[in-house]
Design a protein around this ligand. Structure first.
Ligand SMILES: [Zn+2]
Length: 121
């Protein structure tokens, strides 16, 4: 269903994206973990009443947690796409069963649905 050549290109791109993603998650983990150690778990509950400097750290921390969640989600999408490549499901729309255009897969290698189904959601 997928042209062999371009699926190979996409697989390489997905694997590269996974490497970048994993590095990012590791980095964010280390950073948020060190913040947690510095602040201590007990302080987390009374956060909102703290002075501005801690407020900033709270903001940065929640932003990092958001980035971490986004990176983890992206990693799951990448792994799922690589799984679909292995079992021959890659490039098939999971909503209508039709094929996903190569242009869409090039733009978004983790796409699970064709453009039409995506727009209907
Ligand atoms: Zn579809």
């Amino acid at each position: 269903m997928c042209d062999e050549g371009y699926e190979r290109i996409l697989r390489r791109r997905l694997k590269e994206a996974r490497r970048v993603c994993r590095r990012r998650i590791k980095h964010l983990h280390q950073y948020t973990f060190s913040l947690t150690l510095r602040q201590g778990a007990g302080e987390l509950s009374s956060y909102d009443n703290h002075p501005a400097d801690l407020g900033t750290e709270t903001y940065e921390r929640s932003r990092d947690v958001g980035l971490l969640a986004a990176a983890a989600r992206q990693l799951r999408e990448i792994d799922a796409a690589l799984d679909r490549m292995r079992n021959g499901e890659y490039g098939r729309c999971q909503a209508c069963g039709g094929s996903i255009s190569s242009a869409r897969l090039m733009a978004k290698p983790t796409a699970r649905t064709c453009v039409r189904c995506m727009q209907q959601r």
